[in-house]
Write a new protein. Structure first.
Length: 148
């Protein structure tokens, strides 16, 4: 485990490293880290192609790893850093895990949870968006440009 007392930008950079790993594996480049008390307790990136599993989003894998690390299905004192706004499936998992805070980089105009009203998130979850947005978007654009 990595104990760091840095900013949202630092932790988003760590999520970006995960997104780059996804890109290297020809996965949609989304990365996530879960932080508890200044310590990264889980890291993940999209693995839907690798695992042939539509639920293997970075957020889902990071939540599972964090819950295992803490020995609890609830993560109210954790922050999830993710390079792309979570989809509704992931927002539902974030709700069930009762994650205290979400920080994401780029908005997902097509599938992001913010399109839903009422929000699928737990009422106590706080949201910060736009952290390293340009860097997060650049990876996604690079990936999809190569696909078209």
């Amino acid at each position: 485990m990595e104990k760091i007392d840095f900013t949202d930008q630092y932790f988003m950079q760590q999520a970006l490293k995960q997104a780059k790993e996804a890109l290297d594996k020809d996965e949609v480049p989304v990365g996530a880290v879960v932080v508890s008390e200044g310590t990264i307790i889980a890291k993940a990136h999209n693995m839907t192609e690798t695992l042939n599993d539509v639920t293997a989003h970075a957020e889902m894998l990071a939540i599972t790893a964090a819950a295992e690390q803490l020995g609890s299905k609830y993560l109210p004192n954790c922050t999830l850093y993710v390079t792309l706004e979570p989809c509704t499936m992931c927002a539902g998992a974030i709700n069930w895990a009762q994650i205290g805070r979400i920080v994401f980089g780029a908005e997902d105009e097509k599938r992001g949870f913010q399109r839903l009203n009422p929000s699928p998130l737990h009422p106590k979850t706080s949201i910060t968006s736009g952290i390293l947005k340009e860097d997060c978007m650049a990876l996604l654009k690079q990936f999809f440009a190569a696909k078209r």
